[in-house]
Every structure is written in structure tokens, then in C-alpha cells.
Design a protein around this ligand. Sequence first.
Ligand code: ADP
Ligand code: MG
Length: 281
Amino acid sequence: IKFRAEDLQTLLVLGAGSGGVVTKIIKMGVHDTAEQQKLEKQILRELRILRLCQSPRVVSFYGAFLHDGDINIMMEHMDLGTLERVYRKTGPIPERIVGQVAGCILEGLIYLYEHHKIVHRDIKPSNILANSLGEVKIADFGVSKELSNGTQAATFTGTQGYLAPERVREGTACTPASDVWSLGLTLMELAMGAFPIPAEALPSIFDLLEFIENEPSPTLPAGRFSPEFCEFTAACLIKDPKQRPHPKQLLDTAFLRQAAAMAGTGVLAQWTQSLVPVLQQ
Ligand code: ADP
Ligand code: MG
């Protein structure tokens, strides 16, 4: 067994002798077992791929290093924070802005698939970030299987709510189609100002997973949103992944064509500027 001071916790002092103190300790960490070191090296190797991902729709990754058993990741600062933070502080995001956000996310996803064969795996409002220049970018895409497995275990209560039905069943890998499912739920959440599967129906995380697999997909309340937006989210939330559209096909929908037509008007930059007094950090 290997020992390091930071892995050991003193439980009690058993006695003091002439030459020193005898304590009862417990070994806590797994910091420097051979497997742990191998795993960390593997994660760092996989993270290096992220440096090659450079797109205006993707939060820039500068590098990563190990320190004290933690993986430290350097990335671009997005001064308005996540879109989860935005809607929690300012309320539901207007549909025309959600359309712009949808365009940014889709372009980011298409870039990752086409240039790097990367699927995101973890699209949700807290992984979409905004800055005061009017840029919206995706972050935290799961290149590293090890890292994303860790993330999933750690956030068993949160992130799994965005899993596509085919991924709820264990062993199904993430595909572009499963990112599209998560995109649909994310856009609904931004526009409604709340996660679209009502929490009161779900006493536990297991009920949430069962809900995703067995219940009809959530839908937007038609009166509050345009038919184009309702149609768009319905397509993202088609339960059969083979029937669900690919990100590129989603660019060619009425909702996204409208958004593209407005993209040059500076609507997104105006919106992020309006958030600066409340949200800049
Ligand atoms: P999660 O995505 O589950 O919220 P993370 O560890 O990825 O957990 O991020 C934690 C928080 O740190 C985010 O919710 C966000 O507020 C903040 N954050 C993450 N990345 C950035 C970034 N590039 N710029 C600014 N804030 C960030
Ligand atoms: Mg994140």
C-alpha cells in the first residue's frame, strides 16, 4: 500500500511513548494508487483534444493540469455565466432569444460532430454560457469518457433529467440524436423558466428516468409559444432516436429559419447588454 499524508485522517491518539506518538488513522484517498494515476493520465490525454476545438460557438479550452489529485481545467471566461443562471435571475427567456440560442447550440454541435467527431453528452442550461458581447457558446462536452462517467455519478440528481430515452436504458452510447433530445428539453426550460417535467410528479430520480422512458414527451403550452417553436421542440423530443432529426436537419426548420433571418439584427447582443447590470461577474 502507498501512503501520503493528505490521504490519512487521524481518528484518535492511542498513546505517547518516549520516541513518538501512536495514532489510529484511516486511509481516505485513492490519490496515488496506480489505477488512479493511470486514469488521470488518460483524462489529461483526452482533454488535450479539446484544445483543437476552436469555434465561436464553443467555449475555448486553454489547457489542463493535475494538482493535489484534482484535474484543473483552464477555459474562456463567459462573463454572464450560464443560461440556467440567466433564467433563474431574470425569468423565462423570450422566444425570439431562445431561437437565437438554438441556432448557436446547433452550430456548436454541428462543429463538434463534423470537425472532431465529438458528441456533447451533457447539453443542459448550465452548460450553455453567454457573454456581454452577445455570444452564446456550449461548454463541458464529454470527450473524456472517464470524466463524463464521473460527472454522471456525481450529478445523479441533476444531469440525468436531460438524458434521452435511449440513454436511460443502460449501455446505449450518446449519439447526435441524443444531444438533440437534450437540446429540446433545454430550450423548453429556458422559454418556460422551469424544467419541463414537473417535479411534483416525481418523488425520486428513479421516477424521472421512468417518466422519460415511458411517458409521452413533454410539450410546450401552445397558447404561449409560436406553432414553429412548438413544432421544433416536438421534433427534438421524438422518442425513437431513429425518427428524431439530426442537428443539421434542424437548421432547416421554420423556427430556425426565422432565427437565422434575425441573427444579423444584433438582437442577441442587445439582449446580453440588457443583462449586464444584473448578471455581469
Ligand atoms: P454544472 O454545469 O453542472 O453547473 P460545472 O462544474 O460545469 O457544473 O460549472 C459550475 C458553474 O461554474 C456553472 O454553473 C457556472 O456558473 C460556472 N462556470 C462554468 N464554466 C464557466 C465559464 N467558462 N465562465 C463562467 N462561468 C463558468
Ligand atoms: Mg457545466
